[in-house]
Design a protein around this ligand. Structure first.
Ligand code: NAP
Length: 230
């Protein structure tokens, strides 16, 4: 049994991951912006109330992140952090259409948010015998695979997250730090035409959180466990 920490666990891939984690008998600290309104999460709480802690956190708000970690007990261990929360605010924008306010917000949530969460989680991860951090990235953040261009803000936000995660892997040889592409998934972000269901993606991602270890640190995989180009 491991203790997982998941951001953006109220819907989409984050909710799917939360279900997988609990179904397998683990402990879960799950965060979202508005816990009170999240019926799906409270249903999980009803089924697994001994195993789940639901906390309010907005990854764009420093105080909100600090408050969550300050509320954890001194003996709290986090074995596996999954930074899942993310936004895709402007789709397909070309150079002339870049909205820099949206870009700034996207970088704040998708790139800096996960790093702020990881920075605060570090003392709790260091108490684990096998600490792991998984950053939910996107193939759209791959520079090598960018053949269609556009979506400057989202692509850049995930490329920055990829680079910072590689730095974490280099700096912390005893911690597994990996970026994971969840597939093109049927969520409000991915849309109904996406070929991968939330359950398929979440199951694949969860299996990888168990399978991957320090020898895989600093690498980029998709939800099927296939290595992807940076
Ligand atoms: N779906 C895909 O095809 C796809 C493909 C590649 C990568 N991804 C990545 O997968 C992750 C999950 O995406 P998804 O498809 O599940 O998207 P989603 O259904 O739109 O869910 C996004 C999640 O992020 C949360 N979130 C957004 N801004 C936040 C903030 N400031 N603080 C805390 N939580 C915040 C949302 O919370 P609220 O409910 O409060 O808004 C929600 O829980 C993202 O990192 C995304 O970039 C998705």
């Amino acid at each position: 049994m491991k203790t997982y920490f998941v951001t953006g666990g109220n819907r989409g891939i984050g909710l799917g991951l939360s279900r997988e984690i609990l179904k397998a008998g683990n402990q879960l600290i799950v965060t979202c912006r508005n816990p009170k309104g999240e019926r799906d999460l409270w249903e999980l709480e009803g089924d697994y109330h001994e195993k789940i802690k639901i906390l309010e956190m907005d990854v764009s708000d420093d105080m909100s992140i600090q408050k969550v970690f300050a509320s954890l007990g001194i003996d709290q261990v986090i074995d596996t952090l999954i930074n899942n929360a993310g936004v895709f605010e402007q789709f397909g924008e070309k150079l002339a259409d870049i909205d820099f306010e949206k870009m700034s917000r996207t970088l704040l949530i998708n790139s800096m948010g996960p790093m702020k969460v990881l920075q605060q989680a570090l003392p709790f991860l260091k108490k684990s015998s096998e600490p792991k951090v998984f950053q939910i990235t996107s193939e759209m953040g791959s520079i090598a695979n960018n053949t269609s261009g556009g979506s400057y803000a989202y692509r850049a936000s995930k490329a920055a997250l990829n680079m910072m995660t590689k730095c974490v892997a280099v700096e912390n040889p005893n911690m597994t730090a990996v970026v994971l592409h969840p597939g093109w998934v049927q969520t409000s972000m991915g849309g109904s035409n996406a070929p991968v269901t939330v359950d398929e993606s979440a199951h694949g991602l969860f299996e990888l959180t168990m399978k991957l270890d320090v020898k895989d640190s600093g690498r980029f995989f998709n939800f099927k466990g296939e290595e992807r180009p940076w």
